[in-house]
Write a protein that binds this ligand. Structure first.
Ligand code: PMP
Length: 410
């Protein structure tokens, strides 16, 4: 394989690649994730759930029971949209957990939320089409959007979510914008949640400027403090909001099972697109997820996750309060997986990571530049707290904080 790669480089096969591949804004992430896989390092970079909290025995049982109960049909081709029984359960959860009244017809199973993002991008974006992303935003979404080569407009995020004043101004200046992508609940990467007022204003603006909203909400159920707010889709009166979520963070990412909720006029096209990509999500997995939901209380499992993740979040914030310099700012999320750190303007978090933090502290984070479509903001980084034990979190933050002290003073 290595030989084949070298040969391809020598023959300059990159000339043969499409622009969409060469423009990938997240290409330099490989290096960071490679370093974080090194067991010597304490990695705050991945967005991983805690390995020890997967309901291993229950999932094993669910797979076995699904195969026993469904018989040979479980191994057959099924519909692209996914099994009706599972779509009904998801529709009921949408009402209970997101205040979105919907039906099984408006739900489609996807291979993770990631595929849902890709499908929506494929539905909407021609080369050069205008869209809005938050700044910063989920880098995996940027990777998916990049493939369709849109023109990005960036709207900043503060502690109440997307800045609606900037959004309004951007839409006024660029009424050709087709799509607005937002992560309103425990945002990746900042951890902040959009206020109810802003959710209403966002939908009103999409109505006024004839845009679609892609609401990406895989962290919604992982709340450690405060009260849940209705989904953006709750305020949707014209079928403009496509809501996506996933079992990755609340059950297991290896299931590669997510879902999309869209009104039927969009759903027909989305089903066609998914059918062309993979025909259907793996049915054995979907049947096992459906059986898991029949046999077990997912909400009780989520309550267990929330109790454990709250301790980890608190461990990280307590250590940051103690060991980080005073002129370094950070968010205090009420849920989700991430804390966002802002360093003084003159510090480049990517250079700092590769030149100082990784070699000296053996700690990894995700620098800000690859989390902005513009790639221009360099003085921030994302920390994940869910995957490590509280003692390891404290140790890692202490080591990181010690090296931030001289940077922050410079
Ligand atoms: N959206 C957001 C905001 C995410 O953070 C992630 C995963 N990190 C995803 C979508 C995709 O997750 P998955 O495909 O595993 O559902």
């Amino acid at each position: 394989m290595i030989f084949a790669k070298k040969l391809a480089e020598a023959l300059n096969m990159k000339n043969l690649f499409a622009d969409r591949v060469l423009n990938n804004s997240t290409a330099d992430l490989d290096e960071i994730f490679k370093n974080s896989a090194n067991p010597e390092n304490i990695s705050f970079s991945g967005g991983f759930p805690d390995n020890h909290l997967f309901p291993e025995a229950d999932l094993k049982q669910a797979y076995q029971d699904a195969i026993t109960n469904d018989g040979p049909a479980i191994f057959q081709y099924q519909t692209t949209q996914g099994p009706l029984a599972l779509r009904k359960k998801i529709a009921a959860r949408m009402q209970q957990h997101a205040e979105v009244p919907t039906t099984a017809n408006e739900v489609m199973l996807t291979q993770g939320g990631q595929q849902a993002i890709d499908l929506v991008a494929k539905l909407v974006l021609n080369h050069g089409d205008a869209m809005i992303v938050e700044g910063p935003t989920y880098m995996g979404a940027l990777a998916a959007f990049d493939t369709y080569e849109p023109t990005y407009y960036e709207v900043p995020v503060d502690q109440h979510g997307m800045d609606i004043r900037v959004l309004r101004k951007t839409l006024r200046q660029h009424p050709e914008i087709k799509l607005i992508y937002t992560v309103p609940d425990f945002h990746n990467p900042t951890g902040t949640t959009m206020s109810i007022k802003r959710r209403q204003e966002l939908v009103a603006l999409a109505n006024q400027y004839n845009c679609l909203i892609l609401e990406d909400s895989p962290y919604r159920d992982l709340r450690y403090n405060g009260k849940s707010v209705p989904a953006v889709k709750h305020f949707d009166t014209e079928g403009r909001v496509i809501f996506i979520s996933s079992f990755s963070k609340i059950l297991s990412p290896a299931l590669r099972t997510g879902w999309l909720v869209a009104d039927e006029h969009l759903m027909t096209e989305l089903i066609n697109l998914k059918s062309a990509i993979d025909v259907q999500s793996p049915n054995v997995t979907l049947a096992a997820v459906n059986t898991y939901l029949d046999e077990h209380d997912l909400d009780a499992h989520i309550a267990k996750l929330n109790a454990a993740y709250k301790v980890k979040r608190d461990a990280m914030l307590t250590a940051m309060d103690r060991y980080f310099p005073k002129n370094v700012q950070y968010t205090r999320p009420n849920g989700g997986f991430f804390i966002w750190v802002t360093l003084p303007d003159n510090v480049d978090a990517h250079e700092l990571l590769t030149d100082v933090i990784l070699p000296q502290a053996h700690v990894a984070y995700v620098p800000s530049s690859c989390q902005f479509a513009s790639r221009k903001v360099k003085n921030g980084f994302r920390l994940n707290y869910t995957s490590l034990a509280p003692v390891t979190i404290t140790r890692g933050i202490q080591r990181l904080g010690a090296l931030l002290q001289p940077q922050a003073a410079a």
